[in-house]
Design a protein around this ligand. Structure first.
Ligand SMILES: [Zn+2]
Ligand SMILES: [Zn+2]
Length: 584
């Protein structure tokens, strides 16, 4: 589906027009088209091919022509012409948090800044702060934005890495004689961001140049249709850039002999820190550990099977999700590793939006999708009135929605829809709805959507105060970060965790791969403080419920067991858990 790429093109045209100062009306119309395309649940190419695109409200004749051109030629002439009117690196300024088209226009026109490097020097020399509309504070924020960007470049999100890995493994499975394929590295550990994707392959023995011989496997990979650029292609290792729908991803494929497959999986999964600890243990036991196996002198004592490496080192098997040297090696020695939460333990989802705010489904459609996932309950948590851009609900609309959900439950079998809300935490820490209305809800999540850049004291106090409310069961996306786009709030997380424990409030693990918030290390601290984690997909469509595995993996990376996660409770247990805070 090319919806995202095409929407991005229209958005970029609008950005360039805004920078060069074109007509406001045309800029807005391009932005509107970008939004229509990105919101489309169906493949736009199919709509175009079946003549249905022209009927979509908002798509006019000229935009239709551009979309047709895109699918015919792969580009849009108007877009190319616009690009030619600005310096080649100017648009990179837009990726800096805090820099919009207006800001780019200002620094380009008045300071002649055409790249991130030039903007940095304009900040250092104080020229940016002097520019009308900027000032010291804003210049400092932009400097932090550049720093944040430099830290995150080259890293991709988990969903992007998974997409690339999926494309490559599908293609590899088509090769005869392939026996095993194992994605390794930070992707296998489900780290929050990924550098490049490592994939290990083994095949049954084949004659040189036969299909399935190592160099042939590498060749099949590097000549696949989705490869944008080959970086290296050797006898047993190939490295190439895979073009996914959203971004290019570097993928390394290694062909490994079946005899060493376990050792290679262990070695290439990492983390580096975890592997250092394992090698130390091996050396102490007078063994040698490398990517080919575990050796005593010249004799291989483990290699084909990963579990055996751990076993021969005197350790319980350590799940890849825990391999970060955060205590897992010690725990494995003492047979004290946690039994990690698993997707199969999940009985419901706490965070889904409907058409009433900014989602795209009716509650009934979400209920069907949740039942298909074998859930027992799903909590509808639409935005509240202060989130006006997200069409947040007024008290009156929420009251009507509660009624609608109660009626729906009368008809549903096997699944319960919980009436909930993602209620805004206001600037003073109070909530967007009064207690009387909140008391009518089954489950309440509260979150901050404005003033995320406020000082530490302010954002922390706001969150603590919200937890004091007897009806607030969970704080959603507690840090507010968006991976690669927006830094976390400067919030005192240990204080938040401590207060959550004191007030019987859960903390969300938002499963959206942009968020993963709480992050793994904070999950671990929360669990140690006896705080329950509530995993929520923040779904805006039925499909969005499918993000749950990202949240489960993040919680597991924080050592969560079934007992630590609210989603494992039955409906009845959950009701009792909510009641415990209300009657305190
Ligand atoms: Zn939210
Ligand atoms: Zn939400």
């Amino acid at each position: 589906m090319k919806n995202a790429a095409l929407s991005e093109l229209f958005e970029q045209m609008a950005d360039i027009m805004e920078i060069i100062g074109e007509d406001r009306f045309r800029i807005n119309s391009y932005r509107r088209i970008a939004r229509i395309i990105s919101d489309m649940p169906t493949d736009i190419e199919i709509l175009l091919a079946t003549d249905r695109l022209a009927k979509v409200p908002g798509i006019g004749k000229s935009s239709l022509a551009k979309i047709e051109e895109f699918f015919k030629t792969g580009s849009i002439t108007a877009h190319q012409e616009l690009l030619a009117r600005i310096p080649p690196h100017l648009l990179e300024l837009l990726t800096i948090p805090g820099m919009g088209p207006k800001g780019v226009k200002a620094v380009y026109e008045r300071l002649n800044v055409t790249s991130v490097a030039e903007l940095k020097s304009a900040i250092q020399t104080g020229r940016l702060a002097e520019l009308p509309g900027f000032g010291e504070k804003k210049a400092a924020a932009i400097a932090r934005g550049i720093e944040f960007l430099e830290k995150s470049t080259g890293r991709i999100r988990l969903d992007q890495a998974l997409e690339a890995a999926h494309m490559v493994t599908e293609c590899l499975w088509d090769i005869p004689r392939i026996e095993r394929i194992q994605p390794a590295g930070s992707l296998r550990r489900r780290a929050e961001t990924i550098g490049d994707v490592d994939i290990l392959v083994s095949a049954r023995k084949a004659k040189a140049r036969a299909k399935g011989a190592p160099e042939q496997i590498i060749q099949s990979f590097t000549t696949a249709p989705f490869i944008r650029e080959v970086l290296a292609a050797g006898q047993t290792k190939g490295s190439a850039v895979v073009e996914t729908l959203t971004c290019p991803v570097q993928v390394d494929v290694r062909v490994v002999s079946p005899d060493s497959f376990g050792a290679a999986a262990q070695y290439f999964t990492g983390s580096k820190e975890h592997n250092v600890r394992l090698r130390e243990i091996a050396i102490k036991a007078k063994l040698k550990l490398n990517e080919y196996g575990l050796f005593k002198g010249d004799k291989k004592v483990a290699g084909p099977v990963e579990e055996e490496i751990y076993q021969k080192l005197g350790l319980d098997y350590i799940d890849p999700l825990l391999r970060e040297d955060r205590g897992e090696v010690e725990a494995a020695k003492e047979h004290a590793l946690p039994e990690l939460i698993d997707l199969a333990d999940i009985k419901g989802d706490f965070h889904a939006h409907t058409l009433a705010s900014d989602g795209s489904c009716e509650p009934s459609e979400l209920a069907e999708a949740a039942r298909a996932l074998d859930y027992k309950y799903i909590c509808i948590a639409d935005h509240s009135r202060s989130s006006a851009i997200a069409n947040g609900l007024s008290p009156k609309r929420l009251a009507a929605q509660i009624k609608q959900i109660r009626k729906l439950n009368d008809k549903l079998k096997g699944i319960t829809v919980l009436a909930g809300s993602e209620v805004d935490i206001l600037a003073d820490g109070s909530l967007d709805f009064d207690d009387k209305l909140l008391a009518d809800l089954d489950f309440v999540i509260a979150s901050i959507h404005s003033g995320l850049a406020s000082p530490r004291e302010k954002v922390t106090t706001r969150t603590l105060k919200a937890m004091d409310n007897p009806y607030v069961n969970c704080i959603a996306h507690p840090s507010g970060r968006l991976l690669g786009q927006r830094e976390a709030m400067d919030i005192d997380m240990p204080a938040v965790i401590q207060h959550a424990a004191q007030t019987h409030t859960a903390l969300e693990v938002n499963a959206n791969p942009y968020r993963l918030d709480l992050k793994d290390t904070h999950c671990k601290i929360a669990i140690e403080a006896n705080v329950k984690l509530a995993i929520g997909t923040d779904a805006h469509s039925a499909q969005g419920l499918g993000l749950m595995p990202f949240g489960v993996a993040t919680a597991a990376r924080g050592w969560a067991t079934k007992a630590d996660v609210l989603n494992t409770l039955t409906g009845r247990q959950l009701k009792a858990w909510v009641k415990a805070k209300r009657t305190k």
